[in-house]
Design a binder for this molecule. Sequence first.
Ligand SMILES: NC(=O)c1ccc[n+]([C@@H]2O[C@H](COP(=O)([O-])OP(=O)(O)OC[C@H]3O[C@@H](n4cnc5c(N)ncnc54)[C@H](OP(=O)(O)O)[C@@H]3O)[C@@H](O)[C@H]2O)c1
Length: 427
Amino acid sequence: MSNAPIGIGLLGYGTVGSAVDRLLRARREDVTRVVGAPVAIRRALVRDASAPRAGAPAAGLLTEDFAVIRDDPGIAVVAEVMGGVEPTRTWMLELFAAGKSVVTANKQLLARHGAELFAAAEQHGVQLRFEASVCAAIPVVKVLRESMIASEVTAVLGIVNGTTNFMLTAMAQGADYATVLAEAQRLGYAEADPTEDVTGADAAAKVAILASIAFHTRVTIDDVPHEGIDTLDSVDVAFANDLGYSVKLIGQARRVPAGVVVGVAPTLVPHTHPLSAVAGSFNAVMLRGDAIREVTLVGPGAGGDETASAVIGDLMGVLGTSNSGFLRADGFFRSLPIVPPAEVESPLYLRLDVRDEPGVLAAIATILAEEAVSIDSVVQRAAEGRALLVIVTHPAPEGAARRAIARIAELAFCEGEPVVLRVLPTT
Ligand SMILES: NC(=O)c1ccc[n+]([C@@H]2O[C@H](COP(=O)([O-])OP(=O)(O)OC[C@H]3O[C@@H](n4cnc5c(N)ncnc54)[C@H](OP(=O)(O)O)[C@@H]3O)[C@@H](O)[C@H]2O)c1
């Protein structure tokens, strides 16, 4: 393993850029192992290096001069996390010409100029990766590009804008559009200017990128007709709900005999459909194909750390495959002990067949308390002098709960073996 750090450049040190710096430093050891050498951010480009900022950039890290990054031979790869179309496009082309690979979070740039940028990267023998440009933490680009090679993808559809999904979830509970937009802005889900989100333009850029990689054909944002939720009346969300549907802003790309159909529109989704249950600011993408049938990926589709995690994944993808890192070798580097399930806390469902007489519940509760197992809920069904008693516990070490259950099974009023099932905790 070499000790010379491999240099990374950042274009942008805002929400995502500062999170990339912080997470790379926090996970220095893991990153070194993946890449096969230490990695260091050498410079980060900003508009105003003297502006106060929340992140804690090292002294001398920030620069206002793009050429410093482009011309630094110590920088092997650049993360573009500044956004916008120009000068970003021009600078990206200059980075390729300088022999540097780029990873980007910029959906608008790719959805407009993808063809030109990929061609330039190929011409100069460098990589352009873009996982963070679609649905932040959800690794949908990697899955579509690398894991679906043996499948003919027939459709990609989903909820690809968290701001509008947050708003629609609230509208389904009766809130009106203006109130939920103000709430989304207060919570930081919606920008001060929410136009891109609420008109569907943000989702359309993501659909263009997803359609391009799913069907191996160039689809630009101009090809994607989009309607947003800005003209949606909450009365229709309520009617749809009464009829058994959620209203979701669905982006989709489908392969049809004549070609590819793409679009973004508010759409009624049956309550029984998996996308109906995707609530709040979460995103979900469904992939359909001949060999895979259906795969759904769900997770946070925005946020500084979530997007930075995808940016770092792409940086590792570039660096970890070109050195002696673990992406080219065995991924195991430690030996963690296997923990017996009995030592892990879980809520349990317990069904007992008992004689219906005074003191039964108290005796059971006493034993559970002695083993430090607390009761969450109790249901009793009586029949002909007997009762079925169902107890759900709070999370407890399984060993203690099973000791308590064995003692309860010994009590004179208990018939047969108690039934014990695990309960999945909510988090
Ligand atoms: N935030 C998210 O949740 C999220 C999610 C998915 C994708 N993205 C994408 O990630 C990218 C970055 O988003 P962000 O939220 O981190 O933005 P941001 O907080 O506004 O940060 C942008 C950074 O780029 C710098 N910058 C912008 N234009 C520049 C220019 N012309 N010259 C030099 N520096 C410039 C800014 O410098 P100053 O600091 O000096 O202003 C700032 O440091 C965008 O493409 C966005 O669409 C973001």
